[in-house]
Design a protein around this ligand. Structure first.
Ligand SMILES: *[C@@H]1O[C@H](CO)[C@@H](O)[C@H](O)[C@H]1NC(C)=O
Ligand SMILES: *[C@@H]1O[C@H](CO)[C@@H](O)[C@H](O)[C@H]1NC(C)=O
Ligand SMILES: *[C@@H]1O[C@H](CO)[C@@H](O)[C@H](O)[C@H]1NC(C)=O
Ligand SMILES: [Cu+2]
Length: 352
């Protein structure tokens, strides 16, 4: 799937699955790299940050967006450090969704992003996340989420644009076959925006790449199309409870991605913010720690069993912990086993 613009720039979205994902706080942990992770970076919910911390995160994102990127030789649209990550995601989009390594890949991606915030932009904290279950019970609450605050958040909705049937902003990607299948907020009467955002810290931000899978330079405004009914359908407490009740990783990730196309907290995360398909990244986990640190499952190939949404299932294998994930120029190849423990290997972070 082709997420072309990062609609909520760099906000980690755990949705509701977050309380299940954190590894237990059982003190210092010996990482596989040998160094003990004794002082993990703490990723906090947006509204748990002080307004100074919120500003410092937004400033760091803006710094990423105005510091020259490193991958422009490969992706001509890359102008900034921020674009490096958009290009990496675009280049991998058709491999990393509806597969068993969806969550581990995005976990690594986010960690690389967090590292660049620190090294490239001197950001001291962890990437914040959005517990959307706090906002998904009523339309008014969702529209009024602190995340969309123009002063202490990422800014609000796009200007309302009537869907005339040709508004490509309301489609995932008109150029992709998949875009025609997943309408997301397209033609949805409960869509509330659809145009360029007009307030907040990213009001004048120019997205460098897209639409679709293009990594050529094509500056355009950032669009949002907040859709509270989409949010209420899959981002609320009830879905959270269901997710955390899944018996193993495979059932969990399958529910996150959706048994049917477009019907999951993953797609609702995109669809509820809307516009030209946002990038909202999940992380996850369940059960007892000893069991789940090695629990993995799901196909290595997009839209294979059981996600054969289009009727035919390509040949596939189920992933194992040794499966190698492509994190591009920025991260190289990483095994799933390297992404199982947020306080092991290269990682040293936790959630609060
Ligand atoms: C998210 O919010 C819900 C309430 O809607 C709460 O039960 C849950 O613990 C929160 N998760 C985290 C990680 O804070
Ligand atoms: C980009 O999308 C187009 C249209 O769906 C497709 O034909 C093309 O193969 C894709 N390119 C890459 C690099 O994925
Ligand atoms: C992959 O795993 C699923 C769920 O355990 C199983 O039903 C399926 O047969 C496996 N497929 C292959 C090719 O091993
Ligand atoms: Cu993705």
């Amino acid at each position: 799937m082709l997420w072309d613009s990062l609609l909520i720039p760099a906000l980690v979205v755990l949705g509701s699955a977050s309380d299940g994902l954190a590894r237990p706080a059982d003190g210092a942990h010996q990482s596989r790299a040998g160094a003990a992770c004794t002082d993990p970076v703490v990723r906090k919910e947006w509204r748990a940050l002080s307004s100074e911390q919120q500003s410092s995160y937004i400033d760091a994102v803006k710094c990423m967006q105005s510091t020259p990127g490193k991958t422009a030789e490969i992706y001509s649209g890359v102008k900034s450090l921020y674009d490096d990550f958009q290009a990496l995601h675009i280049s991998q989009t058709d491999n990393i969704h509806w597969v068993g390594f969806f969550l581990p890949w995005h976990r690594y991606f986010l960690w690389l992003y967090e590292q660049e915030l620190k090294t490239g932009c001197k950001y001291a904290g962890g990437v914040p996340y959005w517990n959307w279950t706090l906002d998904a019970d009523t339309n008014a609450k969702f529209l009024g989420s602190p995340v969309f605050d123009p002063v202490h958040g990422f800014g609000g909705n796009g200007k309302y644009v009537r869907d005339t049937g040709s508004n490509t902003n309301r489609r995932l990607s008109s150029s992709s076959g998949l875009g025609q299948h997943i309408a997301m907020a397209a033609d949805d009467p409960s869509a509330t925006g659809g145009g360029c955002i007009s307030d907040g810290p990213f009001a004048n931000y120019q997205v460098s790449m897209g639409p679709g899978n293009s990594t050529k330079y094509n500056p355009h405004c950032l669009v949002r199309d907040v859709n509270p009914s989409f949010a209420r359908s899959m981002l609320g407490r009830a879905e959270n409870v269901q997710l955390l009740a899944q018996p193993d990783f495979w059932h969990f990730t399958r529910r996150v991605e959706g048994a049917t196309l477009g019907n999951s907290c993953h797609s609702a995360g995109h669809g509820a913010v809307g516009g030209r398909a946002g990038e909202l990244t999940h992380d996850g986990g369940l059960k007892d720690w000893d069991a789940r640190r090695s629990d993995i499952g799901g196909p290595d190939t997009q839209f294979a069993y059981p996600y054969n949404y289009f009727g035919t299932s390509p040949a596939y294998k189920n992933v194992t912990l040794d499966f190698e994930m492509n994190l591009g120029q920025i991260g190289g190849m990483k095994k799933i086993s390297q992404a199982m423990d947020t306080m092991g290997g290269e990682f040293c972070y936790t959630y609060e």
